[in-house]
Write a protein that binds this ligand. Sequence first.
Ligand SMILES: Nc1ncnc2c1ncn2[C@@H]1O[C@H](COP(=O)(O)OP(=O)(O)OP(=O)(O)O)[C@@H](O)[C@H]1O
Length: 270
Amino acid sequence: MSMEPGTLDLRSVTFRAGDRVLVDDVSISVRKGEMVALLGPNGAGKSSLLRTIYRINRPSSGSVFVDGEDAWRQPTEWVARNVGAVLQDMPAEFPLTVRDVVAMGRSAHKRLLEADTAHDHALIAAGLELLGLTAMQERAFRTLSGGERQRVLVARALVQQPRLLVLDEPTNHLDIHHQLQLLRFMRGLGTTVVAALHDLNLAAMFCDRLCVLDHGRLVAAGTPDTVLTPALLKRVYRIDATIGRHPETGTVWVMPSAAPPIGANGVDHN
Ligand SMILES: Nc1ncnc2c1ncn2[C@@H]1O[C@H](COP(=O)(O)OP(=O)(O)OP(=O)(O)O)[C@@H](O)[C@H]1O
């Protein structure tokens, strides 16, 4: 599946909900074809930030540029065509088959009720095949397991052939085999990817750069080596950890200490 990768430029993006600042002056630039992980503890603002890219959360200030275009000044269809997303809480109760859901990825490229072309059919078949869904394509989406649904939504985003893929915890329902398969596959696609991830080691293994959010602010950004330090893990995640290396890839490997962090009294004050 061929895709032309795009760039992403978040320029001083702030997003407020009521009197809370959920995203606080975040600037991140992602180059064509780069894979960037968004890390940070629960409630850090990862989803809130990704939703500013996908035109759900309009920034209170700052701008989102996709391939040099201000995403919030483009028609909604422009974003639907150019940005593929797998977000949290996507509706699961459509009375649709797996193939129908994947085919929805093509709709942004077509007029209302326009029939699928041979090109669309080929892309849909390829998307189903890539995510191992061919055999279940006639199943009702709502009868699938969490991990199977997640793969369907990834296939839907891929057949859209976006310039940028925005993924919010794309692996949270997947077993380790499918987690590795998905991240390896994203890596191999060559498209630009920004993904919120919780698994620090998988992020280090597959991503070019890691961006760490804490309380809505970008507190670290760079290669896995420079970002995943004991001091950062202590400060942001409140864990003690030793940093090793993956024996095969040489990438950093976080080994959390089993003991409670020094100074902790067992109470979570977050
Ligand atoms: N519409 C809203 N109004 C008020 N608070 C909100 C709203 N949406 C999210 N929040 C809060 O903003 C904070 C950031 O939420 P967000 O979902 O962006 O975090 P996250 O980093 O994706 O977390 P997680 O790892 O738990 O998925 C949380 O404290 C959340 O409760």
